[in-house]
Design a binder for this molecule. Sequence first.
Ligand SMILES: NC(=O)c1ccc[n+]([C@@H]2O[C@H](COP(=O)([O-])OP(=O)(O)OC[C@H]3O[C@@H](n4cnc5c(N)ncnc54)[C@H](OP(=O)(O)O)[C@@H]3O)[C@@H](O)[C@H]2O)c1
Length: 255
Amino acid sequence: MGARRLMRDSGQADRVALIPGGARGIGRAVAHALAAQAWHVAVCYRTSAEAGALTLADIERSGGKGDACVCDVSQPEQAEAWVRRIEQRWGRIDALINCVGPYHRVPLLEETPTDWQAMFDNNLHPVFYLSRAVAPGMRERRRGHIINFGMANADQCVGQTQVTAHYIAKIGVLALTRALARELAPHGITVNAISPGFLDSGSSEPHELERMRKRIPAGYIGSVDDAVAVVRFLLSDDARYVNGANVHLSGAWGI
Ligand SMILES: NC(=O)c1ccc[n+]([C@@H]2O[C@H](COP(=O)([O-])OP(=O)(O)OC[C@H]3O[C@@H](n4cnc5c(N)ncnc54)[C@H](OP(=O)(O)O)[C@@H]3O)[C@@H](O)[C@H]2O)c1
């Protein structure tokens, strides 16, 4: 069984991954890792053109084919157009790995309606827009994977007073992940969530990471490679029966 699975997994050459938010952070590390396994990888961003160009160079250096472009996936028409362009360019999409998930810290009642709305527009809605766009092709091929990033304690529905809209949007991402898994499992597609606690993905200051480290039972901050390892597993044939799961990636923080 092991050898058979390995052979099927090694058939991943030339497979296509779509990574919104993949110019930086976790998405960039995933892009790099998949390219090293000969995947074609498309990333998008809103403003990170320089980071996008570096990621594209990374992908191509690793041996994969790459595509990096501006696409605001909070806009349904842009999200759909991006999916169609990549399908036309490479013929298929095997994996959608939703890495967009900005947050800001603000006391709940000081939040503005505009910023409140933006948290849902960028964290939750793109998962729906993009899943809806990739699903027909995946259904036709009876194969595909969707991976969404949540947040470690979102499944607890705690009273979160500082990053409230982001937190509620992540609760929505978990619920949407399960709904999509039920909907798409009959078509050979898996939909799972990965919920990080604190990973050093390049956007936090060292003093902030040190403050967080003290709250993590494992005693250290995770790295983007920890996320890559889970993504690799969820994309492998070993995970074919893992569907609708939420993998905590937090060194036991937030559980
Ligand atoms: N890192 C952690 O410790 C941690 C903890 C909990 C959860 N997570 C979740 O894990 C995922 C990845 O985290 P990360 O830290 O790697 O992410 P990140 O660096 O904050 O974001 C990745 C990229 O997403 C892009 N982006 C944001 N909104 C976009 C939009 N509407 N359309 C297209 N691109 C957009 C941003 O580029 P532009 O600004 O140029 O668009 C950004 O470079 C996120 O969902 C995050 O919420 C991470």
